[in-house]
Design a protein. Structure first.
Length: 313
């Protein structure tokens, strides 16, 4: 009778929900490395020993074993080969990797990755509306002009993305008759840690007196060299345009003024901006760069550096 009782007890424990829960949630493959991100942005990297409904038990490289309460965890991701450097340290994905200095790329602004880029001249807000679609608005401190942005990203392969977007805006309260539009495409090779982008579009400026349009292009890239430091390069090219009429004034020998017209080819223009981005916290970054201006083959440095602050919102 005692033997039957022990057998029944053993079967009851084996068939209990707690037994199956523990077996199913324990990690069988301890060779995989994971990054656990808490709701406050803190990350833990290591092997998951076990997990249940209350906590995840990890074996980390820096502080050993740590138990993380489940309700404090935002995400659990398995790391790939490119997520670790030669020393085995985790190199996190660049939070603000969809932007360089003044241009964007083909990487998507995921839902929940909304951010603001503070510039010396004004703010730039970008919102992750859905998985691959983002909207934004940028302006100066005087609200002149006000420009809206939209971008949709298409993933062709793991490290190949195409972004299709448009910028459109007005001179707002000060210049209501001024408008701009810039449809563009951006092809990006790489990921959120290292990438290079080639983009092109057509910018149009519309006023009461004149309409002008130019082909615009950009080559940009970034690489994350450490957990906090990224090297960033950006450029903006306005290709030379066609000829335009210039109205001139003169006077004849009798002192009478008259007007005449000449033609002049629209010059090309470019900005070259290399710089560094420092991510002080998971939701913050600061970057600065030095700008060079090229007009008709002549280059001049800009004495004021480009300074920007990123904040997740």
């Amino acid at each position: 009778m005692k033997t039957n009782f022990n057998l029944i007890l053993l079967l009851s424990l084996f068939l209990s929900p707690g037994f199956f829960f523990s077996q199913n949630d324990s990690t069988k493959n301890n060779s995989k490395v994971y990054v656990v991100t808490k709701n406050d942005g803190t990350t833990f990297v290591g092997k998951i020993i076990s997990q249940d409904a209350r906590e995840v038990l990890m074996d980390t490289k820096n502080i050993g074993q740590v138990a993380i309460p489940k309700h404090e965890i935002k995400s659990v991701e398995e790391l790939q080969g490119g997520d670790l450097n030669s020393k085995g340290d985790y190199i996190p994905k660049e939070v603000f990797s969809t932007r360089y200095f003044i241009t964007t790329n083909g990487l998507p602004i995921q839902k929940g990755e909304s951010y603001v880029q503070w510039n010396l001249y004004g703010p730039d807000f970008q919102f992750g509306v859905s998985k691959n679609f983002g909207l934004g608005i940028m302006t100066s401190w005087f609200a002149i002009p006000v420009i809206g942005t939209a971008k949709y990203s298409i993933r062709f392969a793991e490290k190949v993305h195409l972004g299709l977007g448009v910028l459109a805006g007005t001179g707002s309260w000060a210049l209501p008759d001024f408008a701009i539009a810039l449809p563009f495409g951006a092809l990006t090779l790489g990921d959120r840690r290292a990438n290079i982008s080639v983009s092109a579009g057509y910018g149009a400026v519309i006023t009461d007196n004149d309409n002008d349009g130019r082909t615009l292009a950009s080559i940009a890239g970034m690489v994350k060299v450490s957990k906090r430091i990224s090297l960033v390069f950006d450029s903006f090219w306005m290709l030379p345009g066609g000829e335009r009429k210039i109205q001139n004034y003169a006077h004849d020998p009798n002192g009478n003024y008259y007007t005449y017209y000449t033609t002049q080819k629209k010059p090309g223009f470019a900005l070259i901006i290399p710089g560094i981005r420092w991510q002080s916290e998971p939701n913050k970054a600061f970057q600065f760069g030095f700008t060079g201006v090229i007009v008709d083959g002549n280059t001049w440095p800009v004495p004021i550096p480009m300074v920007q602050w990123y904040r997740k919102i």
